[in-house]
Ligand binder design. Sequence first.
Ligand code: BTN
Length: 266
Amino acid sequence: MADDSEGLTREAMTPHLSGRLFAAERYHFHPRLDSTNQQALSMGQSGAPEGTLVVADAQTRGRGRLGRSWCSPAGENLYFSMLLRPPLPVHQAPRLTLVAGLATLEALRSAGVPGVLKWPNDVLVSGRKLAGILTEMATEGERIRHVVVGIGVNVNGTAQAFPPEVASRAVTMADILQRKLHRQELLTALLAAWEHWYDCFLTDGFEPVRMAWRSQALLEGQRVRIETSSETLDAWLEDLDGDGFLLARTTDGERFRVLAGDVVLI
Ligand code: BTN
C-alpha cells in the first residue's frame, strides 16, 4: 500500500466526521507535530471546544505515560488527541483512560485484531503492546477545565523497526494480520467507538464501562509486578473496582488497591 496519509487530511476525513462530537471544523491534521497531546492541551488553554481533534502523521516528541516517549514515525501509525470538556469532577478523569481503552479495543477487533486490555491504558496482543493511551488535563478547583485523551496505535510497518528497547515489547497490526491497513478506516472506527462509550459514560455512569472493560481485560488470576511511586510488589490481579482502580492481592494474600502505577505482566 502506498503512503495513506492523504486519507487523514481534513478534506478526506470530512465525510466521516458527522457524529455529535467530531466535526470537520474541529478536525486538525498535521503532517508533523511535536505531540498531538501537547497541541490539544494548548488549544484547550486557548478555549478550543469539546470535540477538537488533533491528528498527526508523525510526532517528534510523542509522549507516553510516566514520562516515557512514544515512538512516532511518519506514514505508518495513528497518533491523535481528543480535547474534551466533560462535566465531571477531577477524580473521575482517569476513568476516561478506561473508556478510551474500550473504544480502541473495539475498533481494533472490528479490523480483525484480537486484543486485550491491561490496566490502566494498554491494548496488548500476546503480551505485546499494540496501542497506548495518555490522558492529561487542566483543572479549575474540583472541576475539569479540559482534558486531552491521546491515543497511539501501531498500525503498519513492523515493531522490529522500533528502537531495540521497544521492539521486543511492541507489535503492529500489520505484524499480526500480515497486511497493511488504511489508517482512515481505523481512525473512523475508533472515533465512532469513542463517541459510543463516551456518551454511555456521561449518560449512564461508569458501571456499564466497568463491566465491559473487565470482560475484555487481563485481570483475575494474572500474575504481575506492580510498580508504584513508593514500592514494587509481586501480586495477583483480582478486579477493577467501581472507581476504576485496580484490585490486587500480594503473594502473601494481602488485598490492596492500585490508584496509579505500572503493571508488568510476569
Ligand atoms: C502509553 O502507553 O504510555 C501512552 C502512549 C500514548 C501515545 C499517544 S500518540 C498520540 C498522543 N500524543 C502523544 O504525545 N501521546 C499520545
